[in-house]
Ligand binder design. Structure first.
Ligand SMILES: Nc1nc2c(ncn2[C@@H]2O[C@H](COP(=O)(O)OP(=O)(O)OP(=O)(O)O)[C@@H](O)[C@H]2O)c(=O)[nH]1
Length: 193
């Protein structure tokens, strides 16, 4: 059994479209209770915390935990708390290049084994006008997204391009997840529906 320890609809859709049919158990981890020296380290700490919180209640299964953070000027940006914060974020981001880091953790509950790693995708932001930023933030979309943008939704109009795996931006890197499964001795193809 594969368990996705995430409330992210994007992560679930990505795994389903890629042939898996995970059971979703949201971890409920309080992300504000964690800190780390770098955005990448923070994404890993949070991915592990989410996977561990869900794995603690299971006797078997492969539990996947993830956390996505935008790194800009070395600072971590998660989901904006308010529309005002999202507006301010876009005024910083526009015309700039950031790194979307997603931490991944997979726990083989029965074997008591855990593997974890980050994936990073470079994001080149466009230069939306004040009116465009206000219109985008006004849709409410940015509030549920790490870095206050989507690459395939309404935010896509303001993303000039990315360098790296697009799944990492959506919230889960399939090639990295394949490596982590392989490290635990599992072939992802064996779970394809
Ligand atoms: N659809 C879409 N979602 C994105 C994009 N960038 C980030 N996200 C989502 O932003 C959210 C990042 O916040 P996280 O804390 O990692 O995850 P969450 O949604 O809070 O869910 P949990 O894993 O339960 O914490 C995830 O749901 C990602 O799927 C994007 O470009 N497109």
């Amino acid at each position: 059994m594969i368990v996705l320890a995430s409330a992210s609809a994007a992560r679930l859709a990505l795994l389903r479209n890629a042939g898996l049919d995970p059971k979703v158990i949201v971890s409920g981890v309080d992300e504000d209770a964690f800190s780390a020296h770098t955005p990448a380290a923070l994404s890993l700490v949070l991915a592990k915390a989410k996977a561990e919180a869900v794995a603690a209640g299971l006797g078997d299964g492969l539990v996947i935990g993830c956390d996505s953070i935008l790194e800009l000027d070395g600072r971590p940006y998660g989901k904006p708390a308010t529309q005002e914060e999202a507006l301010d974020r876009w005024r910083i981001m526009r015309g700039r290049t950031g790194r979307l880091v997603t931490g991944h953790c997979v726990i083989d509950v029965a074997a008591g084994r855990q593997v974890a790693e980050t994936a990073t995708t470079v994001v080149h932001f466009g230069s939306p006008s004040e009116e465009e930023i206000a219109a985008y933030v006004g849709t409410g979309e940015p509030l549920s997204l790490a870095g206050a943008f989507s690459v395939e939704g309404r935010g896509g109009w303001f993303v000039e391009g990315i360098e790296g795996d697009h799944g990492t931006v959506l919230g889960i890197s399939l090639p990295l997840l394949r490596e982590l499964f392989d490290e635990l001795g599992y072939a992802v193809t064996s779970f394809w529906r």
